[in-house]
Ligand binder design. Structure first.
Ligand SMILES: [Zn+2]
Length: 355
């Protein structure tokens, strides 16, 4: 039930209450009228007595008004308090400093926490893409000059490889792939299926429309030596730095070795995906893959958020809001930094920076 409906109900309740009071008053007046008629029969003869009674009644009424005026005041106050308490209960459950943001069905497929896979296609063909060679900081190699990436993903990539370069010195890390169009994914998939058959091939290359590369949030690493020899990135030795530190920049190793039964994809130490620092740290610390994490978040609501502090002492409050048909009013705190992402499945995830 929306807030508006609740107020409508309150209005209706109030109107009904007023009607009832009016009805009672009518009944009361009617009753008073008939008793006055009968008393007239009994006391009509002695007007003096009637006058005396009238004076007594007025006097008693005035006296009682004086005696009970204090109590009356307190009672009115108590009644007001009761009304206020009732109104508080009628309000929505979220804290008073929360407002709502209206999210549409299409927003379900936007944001850094999209779960993209064979069951959850990517609805976009590239999200906020920039040319990588133009925006790279030169601390990694690029397999070609026309490669594109999501802008935030690229900025974080620059930070990570800048630090990696500073930590290990010259190296031969190359981005072999980032954004990949749906049509190119189709080509790769067809080739793989032709070579390995559908069942095995689909465990190596995701179906067209279902690749994370189609969003621009994911990239693959390779190694290229001075002679231009390209080898697979296995994340071993000095390259272990990347898996250890990628969460700091908001990246996860998307298809870990111990999660292949959940992701449905073989271990890919070369495939990184941007999800944002808060989530990358949580997944790393709790050994969760994205499928598990998206599932876990459904246990946390705005009334009962996931509140945690990452290793850098940043405090986060994270909660899930299930999508409704049409518009979903997503509660967000006033005066806090927050981000809303669709999960590409059935709801929205709000990430609040509590610092
Ligand atoms: Zn990949």
């Amino acid at each position: 039930m929306g807030e508006y409906d609740k107020y409508m109900e309150l209005d209706e309740y109030e109107a009904r209450h007023r009607r009832r009071v009016a009805h009672n008053n009518e009944q009361h007046q009617h009753h008073h009228h008939s008793s006055a008629k009968s008393s007239r029969v009994g006391f009509f003869k002695t007007r003096a007595f009637l006058a005396a009674i009238t004076v007594t009644v007025y006097a008693t009424a005035i006296a009682m008004l004086f005696v009970f005026s204090k109590d009356l005041g307190i009672n009115i106050q108590a009644a007001e308090e009761a009304t206020t308490a009732q109104n508080v209960l009628e309000k929505p459950l979220y804290p008073e400093n929360f407002t709502t943001v209206a999210m549409q069905q299409s927003d379900l497929h936007d944001g850094f926490l999209l779960l993209i896979g064979n069951s959850y296609p990517c609805e976009h063909d590239g999200i906020d893409l920039v040319n990588m060679s133009e925006s790279s900081n030169g601390t990694y190699l690029l397999s070609n000059l026309i490669m594109e990436a999501n802008e935030t993903t690229l900025n974080q990539m620059n930070l990570m490889f800048g630090d990696f370069h500073a930590a290990v010195g010259d190296n031969d890390v190359m981005i072999s792939c980032c954004y990949r169009s749906r049509s190119l994914q189709q080509e790769l998939y067809d080739e793989e299926i032709a070579e390995k058959g559908e069942e095995e091939g689909s465990r190596w290359v995701t179906q067209p429309g279902c690749s994370e590369h189609q969003s621009g949030y994911a990239f693959d690493l390779s190694l290229m030596d001075d002679n231009g020899i390209i080898t697979e990135f296995d994340g071993e030795g000095k390259y272990g730095w990347i898996a250890e530190n990628c969460a700091h920049y908001g990246f996860i190793i998307r298809y870990p070795e111990d999660k292949t039964d959940i992701t449905g994809i073989y271990h890919e130490p070369w495939h990184l995906r941007y999800v944002g620092t808060a989530h990358a740290y949580y997944m790393q610390q709790n050994n969760l893959c994205l499928e598990e994490y998206i599932d876990l978040l459904k246990e946390y609501s705005v009334e009962n958020p996931l509140e945690y502090q990452d290793v850098e002492m940043n405090r986060w409050s994270i909660y899930y809001v299930p999508a409704e048909n049409g518009t979903t009013e997503v509660p967000v705190p006033d005066g806090c930094e927050y981000e809303i992402s669709g999960n590409n499945v059935d709801g929205f995830i709000v990430t609040v920076s509590v610092n």
